[in-house]
Design a protein around this ligand. Sequence first.
Ligand SMILES: Nc1nc2c(c(=O)[nH]1)N[C@H]1C(S)=C(S)[C@@H](COP(=O)(O)O)O[C@H]1N2
Ligand SMILES: [Mo]
Length: 539
Amino acid sequence: MRRAKRMTLALGTVCLVGALAALGVAGCAPQTTQPAEKDAAPAKADATVPTTFLPAVIELEDGTKVQRTPDETVEQNTLDGGYSYFLQSEETIAEAPYNTTFLHANERGCNSCHEDLASTLNNMQWSHVDLSNGYGIQVTVQMCKDCHTFGYGYMANQHSFGSLIHGIHQDTAQDIDCWSCHVGTDPAEGMQLWDEAKFTQLRGIRAVSDIDAQFSYDQDKITPNDALFDFDWLYYDNDFMRHEKTAENAETDQETFDTWTVTLSGAVQNESTRTLPELVDAFGTENVTATLHCTLDSIGGPLIQNCEYTGIPLKKMLDEAGVASDAAALQILSSDGFVEVMDIKKAETTLIGLQVNGETLPWDQGYPAVLVAPGAAAPAWVKEVSDIVVLTEEEAKAYQEWNGWPKENVGAGNSYLDYYAPGSWPFVTDSTQFVNKPSTAIFDFQNGQIIKVGEPYEFIGYATAYDETIAALEFSMDGGISWKRFDTPNVTNAKWVIWHFTYTPQEETAYVLSVRAITDTGRVSDEPMEVMFNAKSAI
Ligand SMILES: Nc1nc2c(c(=O)[nH]1)N[C@H]1C(S)=C(S)[C@@H](COP(=O)(O)O)O[C@H]1N2
Ligand SMILES: [Mo]
C-alpha cells in the first residue's frame, strides 16, 4: 500500500514537471535558474522569497545591467490606469510576484532567448539585410513587423512574419510555447505579441504624466566609415561583385575611377559624356553633409547614415549644359540597371559623390561615384551612377518621382510603375500614410536598462522625415496618454536631427519612455519607439 502510494506521488511529480515544461515554464532563458544570476537579484527582495521568482538582473558583455521585468514591491501604478488587483499588498506580492509567477515575464519575448536580434538574423541559414549598426539601436520585433507587414508585397505575403517565425521556431526551439511570444488577451485583441503588449501587462511600471526633462537637439553627428549601412541584398548583385571582386572590402582600383564616365543628356542644349577626372577638372568638388536613409527602414531602424560627402556639384554641370526651360525632373541611371527619378529642384545641392568622410567610396557605397541628394530618400542616391537624363515636364509626367514614395499618376500598365504603385508601395499603410515618415530611434539603450535614481540620464536618438522637415519631438511616460512636445526650429531636412532628452528618475521603480517625431506638415510617427528602464539607487 505504502509503496503504491509513493509511486503515485512520484508519478504525479513527474507529470507536473512535464506539464510545466510543456507550458513553457522551463523557458529557454537560463538566467533565473543559474546560481550566478540568483545572486544578482535586486537588493530590495524579501529574503524569504525564492530567488527564482525575482526579476533577473542581467549583465551584458559591455557591462550594461538590465532588468527586463520591473520590481513589484513598489506601489502599483501601471500604464493602463493603475487599477488594483488581487495581489495588492507588498506581502502577497512578495509571496507570489505577479510578473514572474503569473506572467513568467523574464522568459518571454525575443530577447529572452536572442540577446541581439541583429546578430541572430546575421547567423541564420538564410540571408537577411544586415541590421547590426554602430548606433546601439536594438532590433525589435516591431521592426521586423514594419517590414514584413508594410514592405514590398512579396514580403508581406510570401514572407509573412507569422508564418516565418512559427516555422523557424517549430523546427529549432524546444522549450518555448505560444506564451513565450504571445499574450492571450481579451478576445477582441487576439494573440498579441508579448514584446508589443508587455508594457500594458507588467505590474510595477510608474506612469509619469507631467514630464520634467531637459531637451536639446543638433544635426552634427557623423556616421563613421566603419558604421555605414548597405542593403546589398534586395535589388541586384552585391556592388563589389559587379566589378568582379570577390569580397566586400576588396580594394578599389584607380582604373575604374579614371575610366568611369557620366553622361548628361535629355532636355539640355549640350549633351556630354565625361570621365570622372574630366568632371573634377571642369567643375571642381564641393563638400556636403547629408543623411542617406533607406525607405524600407523600420521605424527607429538602423538603415541610415549621416556623412560628409565630397563630389562634383551637379548644379554646375547642369548650368554648363543649358537646361531647357520646361525641365522638371532628372532620371538617374546606374550601370547595375537601377533607375531613379527626382525633382530637378533637388539638384541645387546634389553632388556626384566621390568620397565619404574624406575617404574614397568603398564598393558597397557605390564606388566610383554615387549621387548624393540631400533631402531625398535613399533610392535617389544612385550608386555607380552612369547617366543623368534631364526630363521635361511632359516627360516627367510618365514617371513618378521615386524618391521613396508614390504619386497619384503611376501604374498605367507599365510593370515597373505598377510595382511601385500606391497600393503595393513599400511602407505605406495607404497611399498617404508612410509607415516610417517621420521616423525616430533611440541610440545605445537596452530594454530594461538600469539607471540611477536621482541622477540625470541623457537619452539620445535620431529623427528624420526624408524630404519633409522635423518640427518637433514628443515624449510620453504614461503609455501615450499625454505627450510632452519639444520643437526643433531651424533644422534642415538634409541631415538627421539628433535629440537629447535628459530625465532624472525620482523613484526606485520602472518607467517606460515613448518617443515620436512630428514633421512640418503635421505628420506623426506611425508608432512610437518605446523603451523600459529601471531606476535603482545602486547599479
Ligand atoms: N545602383 C544602385 N544604387 C542604389 C540602389 C541600388 O539597388 N542600385 N539602392 C538604393 C537604396 S534604396 C539604398 S537603401 C541604398 C543602399 O542600398 P543597396 O546597398 O542595396 O544598394 O542605395 C541606393 N542606391
Ligand atoms: Mo533602400
